[in-house]
Design a binder for this molecule. Sequence first.
Ligand code: NI
Length: 186
Amino acid sequence: MFLMKDIVRDGDPVLRKRAAKVNFPLSDEDQTLAKKMMEYLEVSQDPELCKKYGLRAGVGLAAPQVGVSKQMAAVLVPAAEEDGKPEFKDVIINPVIVSESVQYGALTEGEGCLSVDKDVPGYVPRHDRITLRYQDTDGETHKIRLKNYPAIVCQHEIDHLHGVLFYDHINKKQPFEAPADTIMIS
Ligand code: NI
C-alpha cells in the first residue's frame, strides 16, 4: 500500500514530465499500480485509517505522483450525500478532454495536492464542464460529461500527466481574482 513516503513531492522532475501513453492489455505491473493508487484514496478517505497510516486525504492521485510517468490517475470523488454512490470513481487511463465549457469554475477554498506540502492560496480557474474520454483498467473506452467538483478534480489529475501543477494556474499578482462569471464551487 502507498504511504506518504511513496508520494513524490514538488521539486522532483517526474512531476514536470509529460507522461507516456499506457498500452493495453495492461501489464500486471500497471494493474497493480492502478489498484494501489485507488486503494490510497479509499484508505485516505476513511478518517480512522487515514490517521492510523499518517496519510493526507485525497480525491485524486496520478501515477507521476508515485514516480511512474504514465498516463494513469485514480479519482475518487465521494458521494455528495451520506450512503450515496461516489460522484466519480475510476482509474482514468490515457484521458483526453474532448470538449470543455467556456464557463470557468473554481473551488472557493483553492486547491491542494498530495505532492505539494505547502499551502498555495488562490483560485485555480478551470473549465466548469468537460467531456472526458478515457480507458479503464479493462481497456474499455468511456466518454463522460462531468461538471463542477468532479470536473475540477479530473482536470487537476490530467494536469499531472502533462507536468502541470495546480499553482501554475494561480494569478500571481491577484491570486483571488478569477475570470469574470467564474462559478465558485464549495
Ligand atoms: Ni495533485
